[in-house]
Design a binder for this molecule. Structure first.
Ligand code: SAH
Length: 204
């Protein structure tokens, strides 16, 4: 079923072989509540509790491709959620730091990583708008929730040459890539539109 899913993603335009390999390798059904297990290899998003969703496989593959992950890359993920995107990045041999702001999901997914033997460098309960200054700079940063605007701290925490992949917009988001050209210059490219749950600002 995972091979079939990878074939569907290839048809939809995902060409990076390492990304397709990662999709073939990660058992997505284990990241879903058991009631959705049967549907795990359809190219669809599903609820994961706490009003959140596991991203559609095409979206995970598309963002992963834009990141141009290389082994040992230091990557910051905003929005751990189910941990599926994290697992794909780990399969790509990245060192992953991931932040989640919903306590319930943070706890659940952190336990799940331990149980499954997935080893992100750090799983953090906190606010992704701030990034993770103490671990910066990063080779790339991926935001997996819809951002109403581009948080400056995330741009500031990229290495020169580093990439920020972020869906920007309110109801619908435009997938946006920023490549840091120098301390002050960023190249911006926009891709198609997507739908994410919102990147929420801190309650405090
Ligand atoms: N990468 C996840 C996608 C989960 S949906 C997966 O593969 O399953 C987006 C996640 O972003 C949700 O879990 C949501 O709680 C989280 N989120 C929303 N606003 C956030 C913020 N400000 N900081 C960190 N995480 C946030």
């Amino acid at each position: 079923m995972r091979n079939k899913l990878a074939d569907i993603l290839l048809e939809k335009g995902i060409v990076d072989n390492s990304v397709l390999e990662a999709i073939r390798a990660v058992p997505r059904h284990l990241f879903l509540d058991s009631s959705f297990e049967d549907h795990a290899y359809q190219d669809k998003a599903f609820p994961i509790g706490a009003d959140q969703t596991i991203s559609q496989p095409y979206t995970v593959a598309f963002q992963s491709e834009l990141l141009q992950v290389r082994p040992n890359h230091k990557i910051l993920e905003i929005g751990t959620g189910s941990g599926y995107q994290t697992a794909v990045l780990l399969k790509l041999k990245a060192r992953v730091y991931t932040i989640e702001r919903q306590l319930e999901l943070f706890k659940k997914t952190n336990l799940f990583f331990k149980k499954m033997g997935y080893r992100p460098k750090k799983v953090i309960f906190g606010d992704g708008y701030k990034g993770l200054p103490e671990e910066a700079p990063f080779d790339s940063i991926i935001v997996t929730a819809g951002a109403p605007f581009v948080p400056n701290p995330l741009l500031a925490q990229l290495k020169i040459g580093g990439r920020l992949v972020i869906p920007v917009g309110l109801d619908e988001q435009v997938m946006t890539l920023f490549v840091r050209k120098s301390a002050k210059e960023f190249e911006k490219k926009e891709f198609g539109s997507f739908r994410f749950v919102p990147l929420l600002e801190d309650k405090n």
